[in-house]
Design a protein around this ligand. Structure first.
Ligand SMILES: [Zn+2]
Length: 307
C-alpha cells in the first residue's frame, strides 16, 4: 500500500471526508463540470468534490488505485473548521500597517495576536498539520448548528492578514500529501478541539443591517388604508413632523395614542402606525430608539392597555 493511499485512509478513519487531488498538487483530480460524463457518481447530475468526498475505504482504495493522488479533505462534510496560517509569498508580501505596528510578520503572528486579545489563557493544542511552504493548519470541530463558510485574509468575516479559514465549501490538503515536492506533515497528533467560542463568533456572518425606514414605502402602505384611517394617519403624522423641540416627544405620544385607538379597532395595522409615526418622529429630529419607545407607549395608551 502506498503512503499516499495510507494518508487518505488514515484521514477517512478519523471520520473525515476525502477526495483525490492531482499528484503533487492541490487541485481536485476529478472531472470538471464542463466535462461531466453524467455517469457513475454524476448520473443524477454533476457531483463536485464536496459531494464526492467520502470516508468509505473501498471507494478510496479504488480511486487511489488509478494514480499517486494527494488527499483533499472536505471540511464541511467532515464537520471541521480549519484555520490556515500562511507565510508571506515573496519579500514584498508585507503586513498591512495595523498588523505591522504589532510586529506581525506572518499569519502565525496574526493568530497569536488574536488569541492574546480574545482568550489570553486559551490552550490551542489541537490537530495540526505543517504545510509544504511552512504554513500551519489548525483543525477544529465545527460548532453544531452553525454554518460557517470559508474566509480569506481580512475580507468579510476574515480573521486577518495571512489567516484563512476553510469550512463549508472548502478543503485542505491532508497530511501525507506533497505539493511541489514539499510534504504536508502531521505536527500535532491529538483530536481536533471544538472551535473556540470567540473564533466561532468572529467567523459568524453578521445579520444584514436593518434597512432604514423608506418614507415612500410607508406612504404607499398608508395609501392603501381606508379613507378615514388614511386621513387620521396623515393628520397625526403631520402634527408630529411639524412639532418643535420641547413638544415633539409629547406630540408623538399623543398622536400614537390617537392612532392606537384605530389599531385597537382593527382598522389600522400596528406596524403601519408605528412606521408612519417613526418616519414623522425622525423628520421632527427625534432619534429612532426614543421614537420607538414613545410610539409603543402611545399606541398602548390608545388601545387601553399598559405598554
Ligand atoms: Zn460530473
Amino acid at each position: 500500500m502506498t503512503d499516499l493511499l495510507t494518508a487518505a485512509l488514515t484521514a477517512a478513519a478519523r471520520g473525515w471526508h476525502v477526495f483525490p487531488l492531482a499528484p503533487d498538487a492541490k487541485y481536485p483530480a476529478l472531472h470538471r463540470e464542463e466535462l461531466c460524463p453524467r455517469t457513475g457518481p454524476c448520473t443524477a447530475g454533476h457531483a463536485g468534490w464536496e459531494r464526492r468526498a467520502t470516508t468509505h475505504p473501498d471507494v478510496i482504495r479504488r480511486a487511489w488505485s488509478h494514480g499517486p493522488y494527494n488527499t483533499g479533505l472536505a471540511c464541511g462534510p467532515s464537520g471541521l473548521v480549519v484555520v490556515d496560517l500562511d507565510t508571506p509569498k515573496h519579500p514584498g508580501d508585507l503586513p498591512p500597517p495595523k498588523w505591522a505596528e504589532r510586529g506581525v510578520t506572518d499569519g502565525h503572528d496574526v493568530f497569536a495576536a488574536l488569541c492574546e486579545e480574545h482568550d489570553p489563557y486559551g490552550q490551542y493544542d489541537t490537530f495540526t498539520v505543517r504545510t509544504g511552504r511552512g504554513g500551519t493548519h489548525l483543525y477544529f470541530t465545527a460548532p453544531p448548528g452553525l454554518v460557517l463558510r470559508n474566509t480569506c485574509g481580512e475580507k468579510g468575516q476574515g480573521l486577518g492578514w495571512k489567516v484563512d479559514t476553510r469550512a463549508l465549501g472548502g478543503y485542505v490538503v491532508a497530511a501525507g500529501s506533497t505539493v511541489a515536492g514539499r510534504p504536508y506533515n502531521l505536527a500535532l497528533d491529538v483530536p481536533p478541539m471544538p472551535l473556540p467560542v470567540w473564533l466561532a463568533a468572529l467567523l459568524t456572518p453578521k445579520a444584514p443591517p436593518v434597512a432604514p425606514l423608506d418614507s415612500a414605502a410607508v406612504r404607499a402602505r398608508i395609501g392603501r388604508l381606508q379613507a378615514y384611517t388614511r386621513a387620521a394617519v396623515r393628520g397625526e403624522t403631520e402634527k408630529v413632523a411639524g412639532a418643535g423641540e420641547g413638544v415633539r416627544n409629547h406630540t408623538l405620544f399623543a398622536s400614537a395614542a390617537a392612532l392606537g385607538r384605530l389599531v385597537a379597532a382593527g382598522t389600522l395595522p400596528e406596524h403601519d402606525a408605528t412606521d408612519a409615526l417613526l418616519d414623522a418622529g425622525q423628520k421632527a429630529g427625534l432619534g429612532e430608539a426614543e421614537c420607538r419607545r414613545t410610539i409603543a407607549k402611545g399606541l398602548a395608551r390608545g388601545a387601553g392597555r399598559a405598554a
